[in-house]
Ligand binder design. Structure first.
Ligand SMILES: Cc1cc2nc3c(=O)[nH]c(=O)nc-3n(C[C@H](O)[C@H](O)[C@H](O)COP(=O)(O)OP(=O)(O)OC[C@H]3O[C@@H](n4cnc5c(N)ncnc54)[C@H](O)[C@@H]3O)c2cc1C
Length: 608
């Protein structure tokens, strides 16, 4: 199985040349941090993920987890790797140092998470869920709960889960039946069954802290009646040491298509009437608090698309440079012509370019969103903090849905590039394809992300958040419209932007007339259209920077060419990537606009 590879040059370009995250070092939370420090973190993260995490990928897939006598055992190899990773502080990379965190920005954590997802996504569940659950407890829980649990979770000593799904309540979380009854000492007794709980049980840590959505007696129906509870697998003694087991049982584990190294559990809470939990925040505020975890998890799922998609692309690129097959198309009638590597074939190049454009585009989208989280917390100007917070809200469903699908598409293209070798296990591509497929389903299916986008995010503040993004699109068009190389692409981008705005108005029009069925039918196409535009915008920004850097290098050293200078090659490829994306993906965006504008209701009206 080939080792994990990431294009660190592109990661660095996106972080330092495009998003300029080193400027965060001027802000109070990130004082004393600079590009050199961030770069050393990237190098170490790449090394750890390549050497420690990546070897787990094939082992976890082959061995899977073991379920015996009600207990889940993780693949043996995961234990040492988990100790190494948690022992060096990676779980709490973006957490406040007062909670045992390293205090890095979210955007750095995103870059590191991308690598871990690409190296072995099943392994990433434990640290990822622990950090996300700990953040909810720190921000929404009582001081006592925070002091008892948060540090040990960010240090990786204890793991976490998120427990929403029930047999009859998947997408419809408001139908949750698990109950929680308050006791005289302020704790609650929980009772109910949750299904599909990732890492619901495992043996990587001594304790697992479940965050469980449940309904208190007499609570209103629907999501407003839900509260969030902290339910430890093992109860604590007065002095904080581990005590008796709580009444929490892993009833069964699922057999599934991919992510075999992670457990997907049916969890019984209170089967013996004695499951103790503690409320996080107020009764009835459960969804609000759980959304904190879900929004973070949605960005993480987007990063699964980035990590796995790009890992598959690197495998395909290496393979295409080595696999010899056929002759150049110009020589196809000459049986004695030189045999070439498949990277010489234009159709293979087109598939590689599609992977590259999608992979670099979703990386930029996810990192930009993570940076917006940092800006929303630390920007000096209050208006900017608010704008960036709104940007996170608007982009989160797109990050989750668009990146997960792009990641899957990249694994599909990578498999095609490898031909038969892609379909067999030895090269790792088929595992990536199976592993990434779930990303479009969990954390709210991609259709639900699209619903969230058109139903909640676009109408916010009278559409102001969306129009702020459109103004940024306009600024890029203004910058590039007379550009010698990128002017034509900017023109195409501007025309498609007009289509996006028209579709947004049209969907709002339907909603204003209380016609919800049509927008809901077509919202997924809208999300793809918006996502294509976001990627085109970010890739055009990158291309402008790359074009300038290319010419600076040539001015300093006019004899160099892209052939003998890796940096020239990199910048030249960046410009071409944006041109490719605009010419190959914006027609898809315009086709989606045409679908939306068609008003066709046959799918709604047909009798199946
Ligand atoms: C491997 C794995 C790990 C998971 N991990 C967790 C976890 O850790 N914690 C947890 O709580 N859950 C977890 N889940 C559950 C996951 O989040 C749900 O499967 C997902 O939210 C969809 O719910 P469902 O499966 O019940 O599908 P359903 O809700 O039955 O949906 C089926 C289809 O109908 C569509 N649909 C449903 N309702 C609507 C609607 N109102 N409008 C439009 N379309 C709709 C959906 O988009 C989907 O296409 C996991 C699932 C898997 C498979």
């Amino acid at each position: 199985m080939p080792e994990y590879q990431v294009d660190l040059r592109d990661v660095r370009f996106t972080l330092f040349e495009h998003l300029k995250i080193q400027n965060l070092g001027n802000r109070p939370l990130f004082e004393d941090q600079d590009q050199e420090l961030y770069d050393s973190v990237l190098v170490e993260s790449e090394r750890l993920n390549r050497t420690v995490v990546s070897p787990l990928n094939e082992i976890g897939d082959r061995e899977g987890i073991r379920f015996e006598d009600g207990k889940v055992y993780s693949p043996e190899a995961y234990h040492v790797a988990y100790k190494t990773l948690s022992g060096s502080g990676w779980v709490g990379m973006a957490a406040d140092p007062k909670w045992g965190g390293m205090g890095f920005p979210q955007v750095m954590s995103a870059a590191s998470a991308e690598m871990c997802m690409g190296a072995c996504v099943s392994f990433m569940f434990t640290p990822g869920l622990a950090a996300a659950a700990a953040r909810v407890i720190a921000e929404c829980g009582s001081r006592e709960l925070a002091e008892t649990y948060v540090k040990r979770m960010f240090l990786g000593e204890w793991a976490g889960t998120m427990c929403l799904t029930e047999p009859h309540a998947g997408t419809a979380v408001g139908d949750t039946r698990t109950s929680a009854v308050r006791q005289s000492d302020g704790s609650y007794l929980l009772s109910g069954t949750k299904i599909f709980i990732s890492q619901g049980d495992h043996d990587l840590t001594d304790n697992i802290i479940h965050l469980v959505l449940a309904r208190t007696p007499d609570a209103p129906v629907g999501t407003k009646g839900l509260s969030l509870f902290l339910v430890p697998k093992v109860l604590l003694n007065e002095d904080g040491t581990l005590g008796d087991p709580n009444d929490v049982a892993c009833v069964s584990v699922e057999e599934k298509m991919g992510i075999h190294g992670s457990s997907t559990c049916t969890m019984g809470f209170g089967e013996n009437g004695n499951c103790k939990g503690w409320i996080i925040g107020e009764e009835g505020a459960g969804m609000k608090h759980m959304f904190l975890m879900m929004n973070e998890a949605r960005i993480e799922v987007g990063l699964q698309g980035v990590g796995i998609g790009n890992a598959a692309y690197q495998l395909a690129l290496n393979y295409a440079k080595e696999r010899v097959q056929g002759t150049r198309v110009e020589d196809m009638r000459d049986p004695n012509a030189e045999r070439v590597t498949i990277i010489d074939h234009p159709n293979v190049r087109r598939m590689l370019m599609e992977c590259k454009a999608l992979g670099e585009g979703i990386r930029a989208l996810c990192y930009r969103t993570a940076l917006a989280i940092d800006n929303s917390r630390t920007a000096e100007d209050e208006k900017e903090r608010e704008r960036e917070k709104a940007l996170v809200e608007l982009l989160t469903p797109v990050v989750k849905a668009y990146s997960s699908e792009a990641g899957f598409r990249m694994t599909d293209l990578a498999m095609q590039i490898l031909g038969g070798a892609g379909y067999i296990k030895d090269y790792g591509v088929e595992q990536h394809m199976r592993d990434v497929r779930i990303a479009a389903i969990y954390e709210g299916t991609n259709s639900i992300q699209a619903l969230d986008l058109i139903g909640r995010k676009l109408p916010r503040a009278g559409g102001r958040d969306f129009m702020n993004v459109v103004s940024q699109f306009d600024r890029t068009v203004e910058d590039l419209k007379n550009h010698p190389i990128l002017g034509k692409a900017a023109q195409s981008f501007a025309e498609t932007k007009d289509k996006l705005v028209a579709c947004t108005m049209a969907l709002a029009g339907y909603q204003m007339q209380n016609d919800m069925r049509y927008p809901v039918q077509i919202c997924k196409q809208y999300l793809e259209l918006f996502g294509d535009m976001l990627l085109a915008w970010l890739l055009l920004q990158q291309a402008e920077i790359a074009h300038d850097r290319f010419h600076q290098i040539l001015e300093e050293d006019p004899d160099r060419t892209a052939k003998d200078h890796p940096e020239l090659r990199f910048y030249d490829a960046k410009v071409k990537t944006a041109q490719f994306f605009v010419s190959q993906f914006l027609p898809r965006a315009r086709a989606n606009a045409a679908r939306i504008e068609s008003g066709d209701r046959s799918a709604i009206e047909v009798t199946f």
